[in-house]
Write a protein that binds this ligand. Structure first.
Ligand code: EPZ
Length: 436
């Protein structure tokens, strides 16, 4: 298996450009099921999860090709298939995003029930209740969710708030079905994440009638058909935040280009409270300069525009070398502290108290062998390894490849001493060479 070998203690310096947002591109690709014509998505990152979604779409009668310019062109060639199989759904929870578009486009769907993951239970009760409010019948049988369109009446109101706030992909699923459901749908407590806004704008570009985009209340009027369109995916704010953390933690000087500072208000405010100098270079670039040790802060993850749970692990790594005690509280996924044990192995002093981690900053971490386990927790280990004394080896980097495109190349270009190796392959090549 691929792993990263990192030599820490080198300040990152230079410019790096972020890619397109994974969590906008995934539902956007699923939404192409609704298009009666070709779509062209520009800026879709080349990630494992994107390739998984393309395989699922292929099984659902969508031809998708990545053009030479990097854009992805999709075309619905068969509207009969409605099943997203277990073999693919089990590898990526976001596969659930085909549920709403299939219901909207084909009137029925059979999607394998997605499991939980290391960040905790990942229920979809709000998704299913929302689709039922749209008149659909929903049955769970043999591990599959069977959804069929029904009588939606002329008007319906749907509440998408749950115990941990709105649901991001649940908002997408309900929206993707509602745009093709006759009559008017009012969605209350819709998620307002930039990725949800981006997908809603994509649906409007296809001909959907949606009011209130970006607010918690969406008003959707069903339309007869949606056409293909060309659309550029927004930048990945989580990748941008991860790179800012790396620049800060290595006391470097990093300019992150191609990002949208307006989607990072909460993380930028926290960095400033930590005493980390962050400069808005222009509307699409941020510059971070790590000077002195970060100051301790309190972080609480919340729905957008609150602090994003997807940056919690990376900021915890940064706080592990702060000058004092910080408190990190997870209000979205209370169990999302997988990286704590691995950071502790690197010398971090962290104590968990329920949904809060108390981080007592140390002067510096020491590199060691660590195991990646979840996309964002693994990115946090890379950030920690770049700052730690000595060598850090991060195993199972396929977790990182799910959400970060060639991150080792981007970090190396900033002067980071990180390389991807695969000992098993190297050993096999040596063995093969000795046999010839
Ligand atoms: C999306 O997941 C993102 N994934 C996650 O990013 C992100 O962490 C999460 O939103 C929160 O921002 C994609 O967009 C593909 P939710 P999603 O439904 O939609 C509870 C990453 O690293 N809930 O907004 O699955 C749920 O348990 C990934 O890129 C219900 O109770 O998250 C959680 O506590 C990880 N019932 C909270 O709501 C439901 O029906 C938010 O979940 C649905 C969710």
């Amino acid at each position: 298996m691929d792993r990263f070998e990192i030599l820490g203690g080198v300040p990152l310096r230079g410019e790096v450009t972020v890619g397109g947002a994974k969590n906008a591109a995934l539902p956007m690709l699923a939404a192409t099921l609704l298009a009666e014509g070709p779509c062209r998505l520009v800026g879709v990152p080349d990630l494992r999860d994107i390739r998984t979604m393309l395989r699922i779409l292929e099984q659902l009668g969508v031809e998708a090709t990545r053009r030479d310019d990097g854009s992805i062109e999709t075309r619905v060639v068969d509207t009969e298939p409605v099943q997203a199989p277990y073999e693919l759904v089990k590898t990526m929870r976001a596969s659930i995003c085909v549920l709403g578009p299939l219901l909207g486009a084909r009137g029925r769907a059979e999607v394998s029930f997605p499991g939980g993951c290391v960040i905790g239970p990942r229920p979809i009760d709000l998704h299913l209740a929302g689709l039922e409010r749209l008149g659909a019948t929903v049955e769970v049988e043999a591990g599959y969710i069977h959804v069929r369109e029904g009588d939606a009446g002329e008007f319906r109101e749907i509440y998408l708030g749950g115990p941990f706030g709105p649901t991001v992909t649940g908002t997408f699923n309900v929206l993707a079905a509602a745009v093709r459901t006759p009559g008017t749908t009012v969605i209350q407590s819709a998620a307002c994440e930039p990725e949800v806004v981006d997908v809603a704008r994509f649906l409007v570009a296809m001909g959907a009638d949606i009011e209130g985009i970006g607010s918690p209340t969406l008003i959707v009027r069903g339309v007869e058909r949606l056409s293909g369109t060309t659309y550029r995916v927004i930048p990945d704010r989580i990748e941008a935040g991860t790179l800012l953390c790396a620049g800060a933690m290595t006391y470097g000087d990093v300019t992150v280009r191609g990002c949208d500072p307006a989607t990072l208000t909460a993380p930028l405010a926290i960095l400033e409270r930590m005493g980390v100098a962050v400069e808005r270079v222009d509307a699409e670039a941020l510059r971070v300069r790590g000077g002195s040790r970060p100051q301790p802060v309190d972080i609480v993850t919340l729905p957008y525009p609150g602090f994003p749970t997807d940056l919690q692990a990376q900021f915890m790594a940064l706080l592990s070398v702060a000058e004092g005690n910080s408190f990190v509280t997870e209000k979205i996924y209370p169990e999302r502290f997988i990286n704590v044990a691995e950071l502790q192995r690197m010398g971090a002093r962290i104590r968990k108290e329920g949904p809060t981690a108390i981080v007592s900053g140390v002067d510096a971490l020491s590199g060691c062998h660590v195991m990646a386990s979840d996309l964002r927790a693994s990115a946090a280990l890379v950030v920690a390894g770049l700052a730690a004394r000595g060598e850090t080896i991060v195993e199972r980097v396929y977790h990182i490849d799910r959400g970060y495109e060639r991150i080792e190349e981007k970090l190396s270009a900033l002067g980071g001493r990180i390389r991807r190796t695969n000992p098993e392959r190297a050993a096999a090549e040596v063995a093969g060479a000795s046999l010839t």
